[in-house]
Design a protein around this ligand. Structure first.
Ligand code: 8YV
Length: 321
């Protein structure tokens, strides 16, 4: 008898066909108002879940007593209570690696867009304001040759270091759980304690996973350590930063600006004070959002799911036991 899975993130036709050839698929469109209720109704008897961007907690999981695997189309696993899944005997898989380069590209897009005021000045052109040569009031700040401070030296952090060192001739500092001599050697990078990194870097880029030790990692105290011409870039998770403290630091121009791809509440409310600041570039969590990479992530998630349901060890088993 075919196993049944619940799919709550749209797949390409090719990947859906591949999935349906091997398991029964119940599709739940989470963009509808009753999506969560319909997901809950689909869970009894399901052995697998495939999707992303949904907090799958205890009450939902209680409705899925036959669940064997959750295949997340994400590298981040902050939507899951991993110890609880392990206790329940539910495998969690994710999609690292395939999104590393695209997400690092997003980080540099935000560094450049914020430093050179691309969004603000492109709007200025569109509004017909370009009627004379630019003056100092429109100048941005250089990226090449400056100091890049990376908070979190995992796959994405290292891809950022490569871009900074090899692409922009930047001095690379990083903070992580421990120094990484191979990173130092490859990118002439230097490990710093967080406070020292914040005080030295011209660009502070957050790439850490969200967990108990990183939630609120960047608060008012940390922002006050940054240089007045420094720019904060967040491609990690919104809750790594105290958003109210960031707004205050930006409004007071205690830092030059911020390039933000993630927020405490997503979608970001149009009323957010962040959107009223001309020194903020805000993008809608586009970290991995390219056609190529999202297809690669979904393909990886389908592989993980099918491997797990076939009784084999999936490649990206987060809570391997
Ligand atoms: C996506 C991400 O937004 O992989 C992650 O952790 O944050 C992004 O790639 C998310 O995975 C939804 O698909």
């Amino acid at each position: 008898m075919k196993k049944r899975i619940v799919l709550y993130k749209r797949l390409s036709d090719a990947l859906l066909a591949r999935l349906e050839a091997q398991v029964d698929v119940t599709w739940v469109d989470m963009t509808t108002p009753d999506g969560l209720a319909r997901l809950r109704d689909a869970l009894p008897g399901a052995q697998g879940l495939l999707g992303a961007s949904l907090r799958l907690d205890g009450p939902l999981l209680d409705a899925a007593p036959d669940l064997k695997v959750i295949s997340s189309v994400s590298v981040g696993i902050d939507n899951y209570d991993v110890p609880d899944l392990t206790r329940r005997g539910v495998m969690l898989t994710n999609t690292p690696d395939v999104l590393t380069e695209t997400t690092a590209d997003t980080g540099f897009a935000l560094i450049l867009a914020t430093a050179r005021r691309v969004v603000e000045l492109a709007g200025w052109v569109r509004d017909g304001q370009w009627n004379k040569s630019l003056g100092p009031s429109h100048f941005g700040t250089d990226v090449h040759g400056k100091t890049l401070g990376i908070v979190g030296m995992g796959r994405i952090g290292e891809a950022l270091a490569r871009r900074g060192a090899a692409g922009f001739g930047m001095r690379v500092l990083y903070h992580s759980s421990r120094p990484k001599p191979d990173v130092d050697a490859r990118y002439d990078a230097q490990y710093r304690d967080l406070d020292d990194l914040l005080a030295e870097a011209d660009y502070v880029c957050l790439t850490v996973p969200l967990n108990a030790s990183t939630e609120g990692l960047i608060g008012a105290r940390e922002l006050a350590l940054m240089k007045p011409n420094a720019i904060l870039v967040n491609i990690a998770r919104g809750r790594v930063v105290d958003e109210a403290a960031l707004v205050e630091a930006l409004q007071a121009r205690r830092i030059r600006g911020a390039g933000l791809d993630v927020f405490v509440q997503e979608p970001l409310s149009v009323d957010s004070p962040l959107l009223g600041l001309d020194n903020v570039v805000a993008t809608p969590h586009i970290g991995s959002a390219t056609h190529e990479t999202r297809e690669a992530m979904a393909r990886c998630a389908v592989d993980n799911l099918l491997e797990a349901l076939a009784g084999r060890r999936p490649k990206n088993w987060v809570n391997a036991w």
